[in-house]
Design a protein around this ligand. Structure first.
Ligand code: F6R
Length: 614
């Protein structure tokens, strides 16, 4: 997830672009860059680190006061966050400058073709290929709009592209496929942005585009077309949010916005994982197939929410790969003197990539000669840098302290790892792996269908503002979901909340149950008959003792109806993938309850986003 700005008008473009980037910095902040069109040439500057680094560089070497420009603030996906990988990227003749959000899935093939035609790449990014391709098109004599249409037809993946042509200074052209882009419509000036926050200071008139459309902005107007050149109309609307709501896309909290971003985050985390041969590919795995074949034990280490993702991973890896998996709290790992060999694969899961407990644990594992693979959301952070391989999740920056989209994308990465190991070790047939990938690719739509019913969950949360304690029950892959639901409620609503494995209740915790105690129950899909029926028995037990049962169960599961005081339905999905949909109502529940209680949901008391002390 990156922030993109484009401007053409009468004002100095530098100011408009930098201010827009500042408003979009929440979308990514590991590098920033700007390109302006000045008398037939591109003038650009780009710097690793926060926007302030770019501003400092510009203050030292000022840019010309021209009125057409583009800018970018990056959340790295391909290549580390360095000056050379920062956007904008330029073509070979520096005629075109281009910024990009998303992932171009077929970039490796395109890069290969360009390199064999003699193009030297100046970065590790997937973006740069699009700049060269645009320039190739312009050399045939077409204008930037047609060049963009032609290039986009050959791109796969999800992308927003914004480009300028030094030979056509009054035009900025953008394209989108499955990635955000809005147009800001002004008087004698027009804007492009990843969202309206980029230009809301200048205009509140905006235009939405459909998928696979190209938009051209000039001072005088805005023209939209399909990738095939067919003229199209954008949908105009008026923005009545204030600036702070605009940054949150109209939501009251970043956390709520991030919950609603999950379909996109899950889809992005799945992009580019299947090669043209149908096999799974994990770009930065860096561990050889032989190394992975030799693995005889996996230890997953993580903290908090990431630890619960690890618990789900255990079910998936053991089931699909038949490799024993231990899941360990990072803070406990070193102190039990774990048995580690060169055939142990240690998997560290961390959204921030900076958690001190997890970092110390991987250092210990590497000292014992074990291989370390990290699952991380933050490109260039310490944990992936100190790992032998990495699977990046593509959630984009998570601003809310309580992790939401971080968790869902970690789950996706865990499933991908499990399937990749199954492919390498041959424990699942190729068609079985493809079938699970197909099911995973349907998950963004399933998550969306849960979000579409958010109001039901909000009203349930409002009914519980007076509750002093809430319990969560789950079994199998639903058990970590119950733990995560309880953690969310503790973190932001400051309520006593505990998650239990349903079968464990009768061994003690059932003593907590009293008249009216709300218990959220994650009911497994019926595919696993025993599991499902055992869960129902657990629900019956607590209900018989006066608990108020709030059940999450798949659509069509009528067996639960007699035992549910409230029933929230989930889409029908396979048992191992159910955490991806089951956790969403629990996130919504916690977010709404905390809001009703008047708490600061994004920055809960006593917590920090990145815990860099042990
Ligand atoms: C929960 C939460 C924390 C983190 C934990 C690990 O909402 O945010 O429990 O999950 O501190 O952080 P990372 O994943 O950055 O290592």
């Amino acid at each position: 997830m990156c922030g993109i700005v484009g401007y053409v008008g009468a004002k100095p473009a530098e100011g408009v672009v930098i201010e827009g980037l500042r408003r979009l910095e929440y979308r990514g902040y590991d590098s920033a860059g700007i390109a302006l069109v000045d008398a037939g040439s591109i003038v650009s500057d780009k710097r690793a680190g926060k926007l302030a680094n770019l501003e400092k560089a510009i203050a030292e070497s000022p840019l010309p006061p021209v009125t057409t420009g583009i800018g970018h603030t990056r959340w790295a996906t391909h290549g580390p966050p360095t000056d050379r990988n920062a956007h904008p990227h330029v073509g070979r003749a520096r005629r075109v400058a281009l910024v990009h959000n998303g992932i171009i899935e077929n970039f490796a093939a395109l890069r290969g073709r360009l390199e064999s035609a003699g193009v030297e790449m100046a970065s590790d990014t997937d973006t740069e290929v699009a700049a060269h391709l645009l320039e190739e098109q312009l050399e045939t004599g077409v204008d930037l709009t047609v060049a963009m249409q032609n290039v986009c037809r050959g791109l796969e993946g999800a992308f927003t592209l914004v480009a300028v042509d030094s030979q056509d200074p009054d035009r900025v052209v953008a394209a989108r496929r499955n990635s955000p882009l809005v147009v800001g419509i002004g008087e004698g000036e027009n804007f492009l942005g990843s969202d309206v926050a980029a230009f809301i200071e200048h205009t509140r008139e905006a235009m939405e585009l459909d998928q696979d459309q190209v938009v051209t902005i000039t001072r005088e107007g805005v023209a939209v077309s399909g990738f095939d050149g067919t003229p199209a109309e954008g949908r105009r609307y008026h923005v009545d949010w204030d600036l702070s709501a605009a940054e949150k896309d109209g939501h009251d909290w970043f956390m709520r916005k991030e919950i609603f971003e999950q379909p996109r985050a899950v889809a992005d985390s799945l992009l580019g994982r299947r090669g043209t041969d149908g096999l799974l590919q994990l770009d930065e795995m860096r561990l050889s197939d032989q190394d992975l074949r030799d693995v005889d034990k996996i230890i997953i280490i993580a903290a908090g929410t990431s630890f619960y993702a690890g618990m789900v991973a255990k079910y998936a890896i053991e089931h699909w790969c038949r490799i024993p998996v231990e899941v360990e709290l990072a803070s406990e790992f070193r102190y039990r003197d774990p048995i580690l060999t060169s055939d142990t694969l240690v998997v560290a899961i961390s959204q921030s990539g900076e958690t001190a407990d997890t970092l110390q644990a991987i250092r210990h594992a590497r000292e014992q000669r074990s291989k370390v693979l990290s699952i991380c959301n933050t490109n260039g952070s310490t944990i992936p840098r100190e790992s032998d391989g990495v699977i990046y999740t593509h959630a984009g920056p998570e601003i809310g302290v309580a992790s939401t989209k971080g968790f869902l994308t970690q789950l996706v990465a865990c499933y991908l790892l499990a399937l990749y190991l199954a492919q390498v070790k041959g424990t699942r047939f190729g068609d079985e792996i493809s079938q699970v990938m197909d099911q995973l690719e349907r998950m963004p739509a399933h998550v969306q269908s849960v979000l579409d019913k958010a109001e039901e969950v909000y009203s349930l949360a409002r009914d519980h503002v007076g509750s002093r304690s809430v319990l969560f029950l789950g079994r199998h892959a639903g058990y970590p979901v119950a733990l995560e639901g309880a953690l969310k409620l503790k973190e932001i609503a400051y309520l006593h909340a505990e998650g239990f494995a349903a079968g464990e209740l009768k061994h003690g915790p059932i003593a907590l149950v009293e008249e009216g105690l709300p218990i959220l129950c994650v009911v497994p899909p019926r595919g696993r008959d025993q599991l499902h029926d055992k869960m129902i028995s657990g629900i019956q037990e607590v209900r018989a003792r006066g608990a108020r049962t709030l059940c999450l169960a798949e659509e069509g599961d009528t067996t639960i109806e007699p035992y549910a005081d409230v029933l929230i339905t989930l889409p029908q999905v396979p048992v191992l993938l159910q955490p991806l949909v089951a956790v969403v109502p629990l996130q919504l529940f916690a977010c709404e309850l905390a809001t009703q209680l008047g708490h600061d949901v994004d920055q809960p008391r006593n917590l920090a986003k990145s815990v860099t002390v042990e």
